[in-house]
Design a protein around this ligand. Sequence first.
Ligand SMILES: C[S@@+](CC[C@H](N)C(=O)[O-])C[C@H]1O[C@@H](n2cnc3c(N)ncnc32)[C@H](O)[C@@H]1O
Length: 271
Amino acid sequence: MKQLRPITPITILAAELGEIITDNAKELSSNPEILRRLKRCKDLAGGLDPYIERHTSAESDDLRRLNEATLSFDWDDRDEDTYVKGLEAEMLSGHVEGQFLKILVSITNAKRVLEIGVFSGYSALAMAEALPSDGELVACELDPRAADFAERHIGAAHLNCDVSVKIGKAIDTIAKLKDSAHPFDLVFIDADKPSYKDYVKTILDYGLIKIGGLFVVDNTLLQGEVYIEDGDMSTPAAGIHEFNEYLTNEPRVTQVLIPLRDGVTLAQRII
Ligand SMILES: C[S@@+](CC[C@H](N)C(=O)[O-])C[C@H]1O[C@@H](n2cnc3c(N)ncnc32)[C@H](O)[C@@H]1O
């Protein structure tokens, strides 16, 4: 199965420290105290995720199968313009974040959930597993190959609630939902980073999330790019940074940025 590259601040740090130790083995052999301390730093960083995984409830068989299928699937770019470029197995949120989402859906008693950015369907399935039988999850995905993959696996899962995958730009799907009589209880955002601000602002402007409803926004640390100062930010990091600044000054929500995986922001609509 595919070996995933590090994509969160803590796993990038662990990998970097590992490389420093390997690349400087000769010099470090004459400085055992520095080597010991570097190894301790590497273990502190590298041991965190495995420890969290071991102390998080196990995923369901349906989620485990979806995870395995995502890792085995060929996500390489297609030439046709209809496909999103750069899809990769690393995009999957996975066990711990899936369980986090599941608990959020459960403790907020959410019945209507909107997801923006489905990919292979892991986070959608995790949230759907926590919805009641009269619950509904509307999931937006631009890439038809990912949408098809997600629909097939979610369709085969043991779910009671209703899940619909809307193919197209999420902002267009949101616009179509504008006159919906029932606002969402929870909105999970995990798609194109430069659009994050538009997604939250539009959903608030349209009243598509209820007062007290929760935005859950993924990748708000963007591999640490938003806070380390070593030159120009990538386009996704600039989008996330703009979003974080916007949200901090958005009076309609109160929020907290949690350093879970690549950063997850919880923002509750208060007015
Ligand atoms: C990080 S992945 C989502 C991962 C998924 N939420 C999970 O936890 O497994 C981002 C997804 O957003 C999709 N996407 C990118 N731009 C989009 C847009 N404008 N509208 C809807 N989906 C978009 C991509 O095709 C990709 O599948």
